[in-house]
Design a protein around this ligand. Structure first.
Ligand SMILES: [Ca+2]
Ligand SMILES: [Ca+2]
Length: 176
């Protein structure tokens, strides 16, 4: 039998379609592992990274400065999406997760009627819960002109609409 050290076994698909892995020992047997710690870890990140398990959901933050457009693939490679917050409990989970501003999975359609109109979650979640910071969303100037179309998570858990082309302040938050 070949050397299987470092190999993994697919345990099965979770309800969310995720694949769970467990390492094998030298004889190819499953090794007892802490699945929770395996499951909720941050994605690879060239900055401060944290992850927090809340119920069955894992939220992760990466303080590496990225463009918004480059942030989503980092979360999908991790097995999730940019962070989706459907309830206050989700906001509570991400509050304090990072001291950085983070891209999140909330985007606005072009030519919305108002700064607050036309937002949707990247995973299609129909939740209408919002946690905008005071005075937000404002599209930068109160009147909607497609200036700020990307959701941004503040360290205190509140949200801001931000220009998607902004580079230099934001890391990203993922959930799965
Ligand atoms: Ca806008
Ligand atoms: Ca704004």
């Amino acid at each position: 039998m070949g050397d299987v050290r470092g190999a993994i076994a697919i345990l099965g698909l979770t309800a969310c379609g995720r694949i769970e892995f467990a390492p094998l020992d030298d004889a190819g047997r499953d090794v007892a592992v802490d699945m929770m710690s395996l499951e909720c870890v941050p994605p690879p990140c060239a900055g401060a990274a944290t992850a927090r398990l809340c119920g069955d959901r894992c939220f992760a933050a990466c303080a590496e400065i990225v463009m918004a457009v480059d942030s989503a693939p980092r979360c999908t490679a991790w097995g999730g999406t940019l962070a989706v917050m459907r309830y206050q409990a989700d906001v509570d989970c991400v509050t304090g997760l990072s001291s950085s501003q983070l891209w999140m999975g909330y985007f606005q359609i072009v030519n919305a009627a108002t700064p607050a109109a036309g937002w949707s979650w990247v995973d299609g979640d129909p939740s209408t819960f919002v946690n905008w910071a005071a005075g937000e969303p404002n599209d930068g100037a109160t009147v909607e002109s497609n200036t700020e179309q990307c959701g941004e998570l503040y360290p205190d858990g509140s949200w801001n609409d931000e220009a998607c082309g902004l580079f230099g302040e934001d890391g990203f938050a993922c959930s799965r």
